[in-house]
Every structure is written in C-alpha cells, then in structure tokens.
Design a protein around this ligand. Structure first.
Ligand SMILES: [Zn+2]
Length: 187
C-alpha cells in the first residue's frame, strides 16, 4: 500500500516534469529558437535602447483597436541610431508602406537548412543603404531608425518571419530572445 502510494507520487512528479518542459513552446518552435540563437540585436554593440512594445496581442497605439496583433517587437534607441542586420543573409526586399511599416528592409537568412526573414520597419526616409539581392553580414548597417509609416515615435519594429513574408502568428516568432543575445566579447 505504502509502496503503491510512493510510486504514484513519483509518477505524478515525472509527468509534471515532462509537461512542464514542453508547455512553453511547441517542438517546432524550440528547434527554431535553437537555430536562431546567434541572431544579434539589430543596433551597433553598446547602443542604449528600450523595448517599448512586446510581440503578440495588445491595444493598438495608433488606432486604439483592442486585441490587435503586434507582429514584432518595438525597440527604441536614440534618434539617428544605425539599424544593422541581425544575422548574415541576402536582402529580399526594401520598400515603403505608408500605412504600415513605413520604410522597411527584409533580409532572408538560410539557417540550418531553413528559411527565415528578419524585417526592420519605420526606418528614416532616405536612410536605407542596402538593396534587393545584396548580401549582408551580421551587424552590417542597413539604415537608420525613424518613425515612418504607422508609428508614434522613433523606434524599430523588428520581426522574425519563418519561411515566407508573413504578418500572422502561425509563421512569426516572438523576437524578444534576440535582445538577450549580448555582443560576443572575446579576450
Ligand atoms: Zn511595432
């Protein structure tokens, strides 16, 4: 009787350990986050910034809509700060979306045999220094922060798309983890 009770306790502990480990993210997301662990903060090393908005559902700051999906994170450094590529890749597209991202750059990355796209929005007018098809290195300058498009102040809207250009949650990742990637300091 006592032994059965102990076995039962152990099994419950074991099951909660297993579910606890998998509850945070699906298997696919875990793999993707592992593939993307080398992504860098899209500003030069040492830049001061604040995260002004999280990824996910929120009240839209401009339209006031409830439960509006926010497709990336908003990060605000000082005016004039350079935006740099989060990882090496190829410029997929640059453009202007007046009622959305404003001046934007999409960079395609081939990581662990999978396609990811990082997106950079609300860039300053005339600041984009890369063009479609160009190869860029991680931390290479692509432009300067601004407040073009649907934006209330100087900030970067930074997104991670999985496999294709996408603005819905099934093919986006929460890019917050990139902010924890501190610059590599050798020596
Ligand atoms: Zn945003």
């Amino acid at each position: 009787m006592v032994i059965a009770y102990i076995i039962c306790i152990i099994m419950v502990a074991f099951i909660s350990l297993i579910t606890g480990m998998t509850i945070g993210a699906t298997g696919g997301e875990v793999q993707e986050l592992n593939d993307l662990k080398d992504l860098q903060i899209p500003f030069p090393d040492g830049t001061y910034y604040v995260k002004t908005s999280d990824y996910g559902y929120r009240v839209h700051p401009v339209t006031g809509e409830q439960n509006k999906f926010h497709s990336g994170i908003d990060i605000a450094p000082p005016m004039g700060t350079e935006i740099v590529a989060s990882a090496s890749g190829t410029v997929l597209e640059t453009g202007y979306a007046p009622s959305g991202l404003g001046y934007y750059v999409y960079i395609e990355h081939d990581i662990a045999g999978k396609k990811y796209i990082t997106a950079y929005g609300h860039m300053a007018e005339g600041s984009i220094v890369v063009s479609k098809g160009q190869n860029v290195q991680a931390k290479q300058k692509i432009g300067i922060v601004g407040t073009t498009g649907m934006s209330t102040g100087i900030h970067l809207h930074f997104m991670i798309m999985v496999d294709r250009v996408c603005f819905v949650s099934d093919c986006l990742l929460d890019p917050s983890f990139v902010l924890e990637n501190t610059p590599k300091s050798e020596n």
